[in-house]
Design a protein around this ligand. Structure first.
Ligand code: SAH
Ligand code: SF4
Ligand code: F3S
Length: 438
């Protein structure tokens, strides 16, 4: 088989990152090896995100640039997958003559056939959602990577329909992967040297609830924790309304479960939460946070926040800021509201200008910067258990994560990669910590 090169560019969330890893694993079967730059590649794939307007526009701009490469290499195959592909489907092929293939979020298993067809000059689009009974096909496992920490998809899709969000439309309804398959994949990864797994899904805490005979998410975590070689477990991302007591207890009972939880709040105002269709109040959110902090003292909390949702008043925005002070997120991913076609909120009148939304976002970011720095300062002079994942920023350094998820760099030998070591924190930065091996 001739060796061919594929360049893949990934936008959006961890789910897309993991899908790209799966795609590369599958493409190896038909002779494609990954390369790090588009120039000279035989195939270019964009794995796209449509969660906000900006993310989508980026993809179109990128495709325009790539179309130019096709003028010099007529045989170049260009494909689009992920959430923009799912949303636009066939229309993308019609709009953009440079495109050879479009594959949706449920169609990874068809990709190799589509690529072989594209090599013969056929242009195809596949975006049909599969149903629950076909779910085995969805998730070809990732093979053969020399990394310490890996993502493992446990479910995809979402049934929550938050009024701003396009994910349920582009990822489809919630489908949980079979636990036997998940556990097999984790065992395989552990045998390859993986020491940390992050269980992935749009809403992991509703894992298994729609399937007979599957464990709950909390039970799944216990089963993963029992696998030899797995030192650390993380999961991403959770919906506050589904953060069960059983799952919160895991933080008290399972040492391998890291002391970090990502629990998007989206707003601190009950009225806005209601308009967002989030299904919890500020008080309920705070109670979950208190329970998590009690289960695992010092637990690091991160979250997502949206500013400028339609109708958000200055007072409602102030409630978001006060929630941040109460929770004290170590990191917050925050976004200016962006209307998405077809979602519940799409038709709500937007009374805030772009500048007003941006202004609120900047106020939120500066508050977050202060909180992040304050919480980071508390690491100074502490000893952290660090799972060493790779080389550090500077020569001679290695880098890893503390239990809380903070990045720690320190002087150390590459032979430490894959081990859990103790490091004393000697300097604090906004996004990382500097340590000294003990
Ligand atoms: N499944 C995840 C979120 C996926 S989208 C969860 O529920 O936690 C990631 C983040 O993008 C969301 O948490 C939200 O903060 C943001 N987001 C989603 N739709 C948005 C929109 N229309 N405008 C601005 N931000 C949005
Ligand atoms: Fe979107 Fe809400 Fe589902 Fe998260 S829970 S993916 S924000 S609809
Ligand atoms: Fe974006 Fe799709 Fe993830 S819309 S955030 S890539 S699920």
């Amino acid at each position: 088989m001739n060796s061919k090169n594929v360049y893949i560019e990934t936008f959006g969330c961890q789910m897309n990152v993991n899908d790209s890893e799966r795609i590369l694993t599958m493409l190896a079967d038909i002779g494609y090896q990954p390369v790090a730059a588009p120039a000279g590649a035989d195939m270019i794939l964009l794995n796209t995100c449509s969660v906000r307007g900006g993310a989508e526009e980026k993809v179109y701009r990128r495709l325009e640039n790539l179309a130019a490469l096709k003028r010099t290499n007529k045989r170049l195959i260009i494909g689009v997958g992920g959430c923009v592909a799912q949303q636009e489907g066939e229309a993308l092929l019609q709009k953009l003559t440079c495109l050879d293939l479009v594959f949706g979020t449920h169609n990874l298993h068809l990709l190799n056939d589509m690529v072989l067809a594209a090599e013969r000059g056929e242009r195809r689009s596949e975006t049909a959602f599969i149903d629950n009974t076909q779910r085995l096909d969805l998730f070809p496992p990732v093979k053969g990577t020399a990394r310490v920490s890996r993502y493992v998809t446990v479910m995809q899709g979402c049934d929550n329909y938050c009024s701003y969000c396009i994910v349920p439309y582009v990822r489809g309804p919630e489908i949980s992967r079979r636990s036997t398959e998940i556990l097999d994949e984790v065992r395989q990864l552990a045998a390859e040297g993986v020491r940390e797994v992050t269980l992935l899904g749009q809403n992991v805490n509703s894992y298994g609830l729609k399937s007979d005979g599957e464990p709950t998410f909390a039970e799944l975590i216990r089963q993963v924790a029992a696998i030899k070689g797995i030192l650390r477990i993380r999961f991403y991302t959770s919906h506050p309304k589904d953060m069960s007591d059983e799952l919160i207890d895991c933080f008290a009972e399972i040492p391998a479960l890291c002391g970090h939880v990502h629990l998007p709040a989206q707003s601190g105002s009950d009225a806005v939460l209601k308009r967002m269709n989030r299904g919890y109040t500020r008080g309920e959110y705070l109670n979950k946070i208190l329970a998590l902090k009690a289960a695992r003292p010092g637990i690091a909390i991160t979250g997502d926040m949206i500013v400028g949702f339609p109708g958000e008043t200055e007072e409602e925005f102030a409630e978001t800021l006060s929630l941040m002070e109460q929770v004290r997120f170590i990191d917050l991913f925050s976004f200016a509201y962006s209307p998405r076609p077809g979602t519940g909120a799409a038709d709500l009148a937007e009374d805030l200008s772009r500048e007003e939304k941006q202004g609120r976002l900047e106020r939120l970011l500066s508050l977050q910067k202060r909180i992040t720095l304050e919480l980071s300062m508390a690491y100074l002079d502490t000893t952290q258990a660090v799972l060493v994942e790779g080389e550090g920023r500077r020569p001679g350094q290695v880098s890893g994560k503390a239990d809380s998820g903070r990045t720690v760099n320190f002087i150390g030998d590459n032979s430490l990669i894959g081990t859990l070591v103790h490091v004393k924190i000697i300097q604090v930065f906004q996004n990382s910590l500097l340590g000294e091996l003990i």
